[in-house]
Design a protein around this ligand. Structure first.
Ligand code: 8YV
Length: 326
């Protein structure tokens, strides 16, 4: 008998077929995520779960699904999974690092450029028939080339954005991270480590790429925004909860910072209504990793993790590998 697994969201057909070769697959093909109650019901008797960032794995859910042995998420972020609760119950957790790094960095940089150069604002104006003439300051934004790129959270994606800034746009790179990078990585990126407040003061463009946790919740709020330059842009490709959106909307409205580019939101897919009315914010629906090759690579890696986890092989990218040896 094949082990039973739940595939909680649509996935590429080849990936579902691959899983079906190893498992008895219960597949949720819908466009919307299962509700928490539906997820609990569908996980009954399942040894494995293939999930995405839209399914929450809590201690209560784990207690209600004692057969569960592996949770494999098609995402690099895992703030939707209670990792400690999984580890305590010997449930293996895997994510999908690396395969999305460059694609996500491309998007982070695209969002930075669109925000600094007011691209969405210009397109809206043009489509609305409000483009009347030329003026010296018409849609004048801020420079990217030669400016100072601040990165909060210098992991794989932060470093990939730093490379784009330094080598593609001659930017001065400054960063803050929980732990400082090795000297040779700093030298390669030309990146200078600063205290968080100093990073906020000096950055022309501040990109948030840090993981979301209780520690990073609202780590950009009114006090932090007050330190930023009035000409600065703020870019968030990490998680919405890192930014206090009410404080950000107020800062944008009062031009205490110039603009923001946001791909992630605290209550997504709901967007704070205050942000929707502001012209100086570029809003995208959590698509930083959304290219077809990258999404296929993420889905394949999540499936390979699940197959390994339930067939006794070492999974490629475990988050709690200690349970494999303990
Ligand atoms: C995904 C992401 O689109 O990988 C992540 O952590 O935020 C995005 O790449 C999303 O989480 C899908 O699972």
């Amino acid at each position: 008998m094949k082990p039973k697994v739940l595939v909680a969201r649509r996935a590429p057909a080849a990936v579902v077929d691959k899983l079906a070769a190893h498992f008895d697959v219960d597949f949720h093909p819908g466009e919307s995520p299962l509700s928490p109650d539906e997820l609990r019901a569908r996980l009954q008797g399942k040894a494995g779960a293939y999930i995405t960032g839209t399914e929450r794995i809590t201690a209560e859910l784990l207690d209600a699904c004692p057969q569960l042995k592996a949770v494999c998420t098609m995402s690099v972020g895992y703030n939707h999974i209670d990792l400690a609760a999984c580890t305590a119950r010997r449930v293996l957790v895997t994510n999908t690092p690396d395969v999305l790094t460059e694609t996500t960095a491309d998007f982070g940089f695209a969002l930075l450029m669109a925000t600094a150069r007011r691209m969405s604002e210009g397109e809206r104006l043009l489509r609305d028939g409000r483009w009347k003439s030329w003026a010296w300051d018409f849609l004048a934004g801020s420079d990217v080339y030669n400016s100072t790129l601040g990165i909060l959270g210098m992991g794989r994606i932060g470093q990939a954005i730093a490379r784009r800034g330094r080598f593609g746009f001659g930017m001065k790179v400054i960063y803050h991270n929980r732990s400082r990078l090795p000297a040779e990585t700093e030298a390669e990126l030309g990146a200078r480590y600063l205290a968080k407040d100093e990073l906020l003061r000096q950055a022309d463009h501040l990109v948030l790429v840090l993981p979301y946790s209780a520690e990073s919740h609202h780590c950009i709020a009114a006090a932090e925004l007050a330190l930023m330059k009035p000409t600065a842009t703020l870019i968030n490709v990490a998680r919405g909860g890192i930014v206090d959106e009410d404080a950000l909307a107020a800062a944008l409205c009062e031009h205490r910072i110039a603009a923001a580019g946001l791909d992630v939101f605290e209550g997504e897919p709901r967007v704070n209504p205050a942000l929707l009315t502001l012209p100086n914010v570029v809003l995208t629906p959590h698509i930083a990793s959304a290219t077809m090759p990258t999404r296929i690579a993420m889905a394949t890696l999540a499936a390979d993790n699940l197959i390994a986890a339930l067939t006794g092989a070492p999974p490629p990218t475990p988050l709690n590998p200690e349970i494999l040896t303990a």
